[in-house]
Design a protein around this ligand. Structure first.
Ligand SMILES: C[S@@+](CC[C@H](N)C(=O)[O-])C[C@H]1O[C@@H](n2cnc3c(N)ncnc32)[C@H](O)[C@@H]1O
Length: 374
């Protein structure tokens, strides 16, 4: 939530038509080429859903009957499927129950028609059917992504509070980073932010390493088309971009994990990692540069400790980050007040169920710098 505009812009650049922004979603139209490209290239999408039918249903019986009447013959008996749902409705209160009803309707439809039924596999099915119910509006889609697209498959190890890769990419795109210049994260944990920044700089598609998506199980999958799209993306990767990316953390283990993840993501040659406390870490001196990070939110610290910690972070930023645009993500609104810098932009996102704020601080030299310190 909060990244819909960024995603719509990504879709526009990719060639999507009839783009419309919804709540936590962007709809658009296009052909199979765009469907494949969307899965490979969109940094801020979690799932690419291909709608199959929309209808109105005001009762459980009507939902079952309408689903059963649809043509499900593309799921042959030797294939597996699962139903996932997002339900916001007074009629269908429990999304698990709605999923079960749809699953039964599909199984009964196929058994009555062909005398055989496909199996349900909730972990890695061939077909994922996505059920979306908003009051009495039902939409069924085929999930072309399979596993959520935040699973880029470079983060095989992570520290205790890793940022979702899609949110990390969205934060970076929100700052306007164009993959050029200096980029730092002084509390990089398992490296998600610098790795996503480096993938943007090198023009590595987010799905490049993963190279495995739900649509590859569909009968109409076109491997030649996919191969051409993948090869084209590979040919556009920039090996030595005009970017300098730095990641630091005071935890040695986190940096070990970051280096391993960056290697898998094929961006280890672009990121300088260091093991330092933010108080000691010296960001490069620059005329203009960007810092993006998410400090601990303070679940395991006392209120006064977390306020002092954020104050010390703010003091260090004033001291060493001249000419930087600094963006900080945190769910701890009170602690953010202790940073002691004037916020020039404040955005809201959701990190799972948690509401998080993304604050921008502009740290200019001279008179502007003085103005920014409150
Ligand atoms: C919320 S995590 C960052 C998660 C990271 N973005 C990721 O995706 O894995 C905060 C990080 O700040 C680091 N940290 C906490 N205090 C620090 C300090 N004083 N100096 C440097 N790093 C610190 C922790 O080790 C932790 O990895």
């Amino acid at each position: 939530m909060g990244l819909e505009d960024v995603l719509a812009e990504e879709v526009r650049v990719l060639g999507g038509k009839k783009i419309s922004i919804g709540v936590r979603s962007v709809s658009y139209s296009g052909d199979d080429t765009l469907l494949y490209k969307s899965n490979l290239h969109l940094r801020t999408a979690l799932k690419i859903l291909k709608p199959i039918k929309a209808f109105v249903s005001r009762s459980q019986d009507s939902l079952y009957d309408q689903v059963k009447a649809m043509d499900w013959s593309f799921i042959s008996s030797d294939r597996t499927f699962a139903v996932e749902s997002a339900v916001n409705s007074r009629i269908f209160k429990h999304s698990k129950y709605a999923s079960l009803l749809v699953k039964d309707a599909i199984v009964d439809s196929l058994r009555e028609r062909f005398g055989k039924r496909p199996n349900v596999d909730i972990t890695s099915p061939d077909f994922r059917i996505h059920l979306h119910i908003d009051n009495d509006n039902v939409e069924l889609s085929l999930d072309s992504s399979g596993e959520s697209l935040h699973k880029r498959r470079y983060r095989v190890r992570q520290n205790i509070a890793p940022l979702n890769e899609v949110l990390a990419a969205g934060l970076i795109l929100t700052t306007g980073w164009d993959g050029k210049g200096i980029f730092t994260d002084p509390m990089c944990g398992s490296g998600t932010i610098p790795i996503e920044a480096a993938m943007i700089a090198k023009n590595i598609p987010p799905g490049f390493i993963r190279n495995e998506f739900g649509f590859m199980n569909w009968d109409d999958f076109n491997p030649e088309l996919w191969g051409a799209i993948y090869d084209d993306a590979e040919s556009k990767i920039v090996n030595s971009p005009d970017a300098q990316i730095h990641g630091s953390d005071f935890s040695r283990k986190s940096i070990e994990i970051s280096v391993g993840n960056a290697t898998l993501a094929k961006v280890d040659n672009l990121i300088n990692f260091s093991t330092l406390d933010i108080a000691k870490y010296e960001p490069p001196v620059a005329d203009s540069a960007l810092t993006v990070f998410n400090p601990p939110y303070g679940e395991r610290m006392s209120v006064s400790d977390i306020k002092n910690f954020y104050k010390a972070v703010g003091d260090r930023l004033k001291e060493a980050y001249t000419n930087y645009d600094v963006w900080i993500l945190s769910s701890n609104k009170d602690a953010m007040k202790s940073i002691g810098l004037r916020t020039s932009k404040r955005l809201t996102f959701k990190n799972g169920p948690l509401e998080v704020k993304f604050h921008k601080y502009e740290l200019y030299k001279g008179s502007k710098k003085k103005k920014n310190i409150s």
